[in-house]
Design a protein around this ligand. Sequence first.
Ligand code: A2P
Length: 272
Amino acid sequence: MMTTDTVLPVILPDGQTVTEVEHYTDRLFLFRVTRPASMRFRSGEFVMIGLLDDPHPETGKRKPLLRAYSIASPAWDDTLQFYSIKVDNGPLTSKLQHIKVGDQLILKQKSVGTLVHDALTRAKRLWFFSTGTGIAPFASLLREPETYERFNQVVLTHTCRDLADLKFGEELIEETKADILVGDEARHKLFYYPTTTRETSAKMGRITTALEDGSLFKSLNITDFNAANDRAMVCGSMGLNTDMKRILENYGLCEGSNADPADYVIEKAFVG
Ligand code: A2P
């Protein structure tokens, strides 16, 4: 029986329930939410998610506070995974970092984005270049069977400040190679190239430097990086986007889009 003291859960418009939360560092965490039965998306796309803002001091009304988040799980998965930074004074992530299993968050079902197979033409190799939480859309695409149907070799590069920031990617590679759907192909075709820029590790420095001085290709034994063989997707900081565009175009690759597929794509909506 309900009493006047009963606290009812807040039911949000477009609300989905949090089913898993994992904190990697004091700056990074992962969470999973339920997936609406009617929701369709292409691996690599992003959606708007968020929470209600604090009540307005006069009206008491609460507005949705939404941000673009890449879906980190593949299109076939029955839940939705997200990988997020925590910013103490960030309007959304200062609150989002405290979510717990059973909480609700707002999820707008419309998904969009340029980091999709439809935006690239076929070639021999596919490169995923990421920094920080920019690895999220590639966590989706690495577990997408189409990735291995379309390419003979897939390389994920992930650059972070510190070793602890690489853990999500390391686990992702292990899970992908053990996956029942894509594991067999991934064990042959998938290469992982993690680097750190602040803490000492086996491979240090920005990926842009490794591309320009050739050390990336040398360590992977690749001598024929060009527009005939290679396709690339880029996701990370604004600086990475600008630098990668210049570097890839110097190698002769042309930017593609959903409407006009070509050699490389950059996710401009990504914030992280
Ligand atoms: P750096 O430490 O040299 O700035 P952040 O944590 O600030 O989002 O950065 C994530 C990673 O991306 C860091 O290792 C950072 O290196 C790297 N990074 C930042 N800007 C660029 C850029 N323009 N090109 C390549 N890597 C970058």
